[in-house]
Design a binder for this molecule. Structure first.
Ligand SMILES: [Zn+2]
Length: 265
């Protein structure tokens, strides 16, 4: 008897050649989380898989479980969205690649999270709509850390527990994952990155705002720089490694160019 055919909503996170004709594809799926599957003959098939098994594509896949293997057998894929604009613009593509790297670092095979699935779609959709890419990245990361159980404490001082007050200065202590106020002893205070009140406020808003309204928040200027800096350092600390695509964002000059433009104003 042939194995039962199953279906899933899936986002393509990785695609590797396997032999002459096959592809091994890593997906993040709504119901079954991170999984990898083999698409037999995908490099030759012009019918079933052409232009579908591309990074970031949002698909409806038909698959079955393979005996004695953690790999799925991918029968077919239907395209919901290819996010074509990502493939035409290197800044958008590099941002999507950075988002993908965070997901691959955080989620192991078999781990699922419906909120994260929706967040990834939100980010890809907003990038595809050509929303400011670094603002999308910052908003994604704020929500992403909450999804994976490392929501930074932005509403009260980690050390004394006092809710954020307008007269105080705050630093983000990425070792403990939250803000520390300037009234607290400098030993805990020193290990952090200084944040303006505007940055603290917008990070709080991003944490509190539901996904369907998140696009209304726009990070820009020095606040965006501070947010990205903090979110980057926090991620490097959590995963204990460099975020290599972040270096690509930098080396492509996007952050640098934007900062240079600001300096000229
Ligand atoms: Zn404090």
């Amino acid at each position: 008897m042939s194995p039962r055919s199953l279906e899933a909503e899936a986002i393509v996170l990785d695609c590797q050649d396997h032999g002459e004709a096959d592809l091994i594809v890593t997906f993040f799926c709504l119901d079954i989380g991170r999984v990898s599957g083999i698409a037999k003959g995908a490099k030759r098939s012009q019918r079933r898989f052409v232009n579908k098994l591309e990074l970031f594509s949002f698909l409806h896949i038909t698959y079955s479980d393979l005996a004695n293997s953690s790999l799925l057998f991918i029968h077919d894929a239907e395209l919901h969205a290819s996010f074509l604009n990502l493939r035409k613009n290197i800044a958008l593509y590099t941002t999507a690649t950075t988002i993908r790297e965070f997901i691959l670092m955080a989620m192991r095979d078999g781990e699922r999270d419906e909120n994260l699935f929706r967040l990834i779609l939100w980010a890809l959709h907003n990038l595809d709509m050509k929303q400011p890419h670094l603002s999308v990245l910052a908003l994604f990361l704020v929500k992403f850390y909450a999804c994976i159980g490392y929501k930074p404490q932005m509403h009260a001082c980690l050390s004394c527990g006092t809710p954020v007050l307008s007269g105080l200065e705050y630093r983000f202590n990425y070792l403990s994952g939250g803000i520390v106020c300037s009234a607290c002893p400098s030993t805990t205070h020193q290990a952090g990155i200084r944040l303006s009140q505007g940055t603290v406020k917008i990070l709080q808003s991003a944490q509190d705002m539901p996904l369907e309204r998140l696009h209304r928040l726009k990070f820009s200027g020095p606040v965006l720089d501070e947010c990205l800096n903090v979110l980057h350092y926090y991620g490097r600390h959590l995963f204990q490694r460099d975020i290599s695509s972040w270096n690509m964002l930098n080396s492509c000059g996007y952050m640098g160019k934007r900062l240079a433009r600001q300096a000229q104003r």
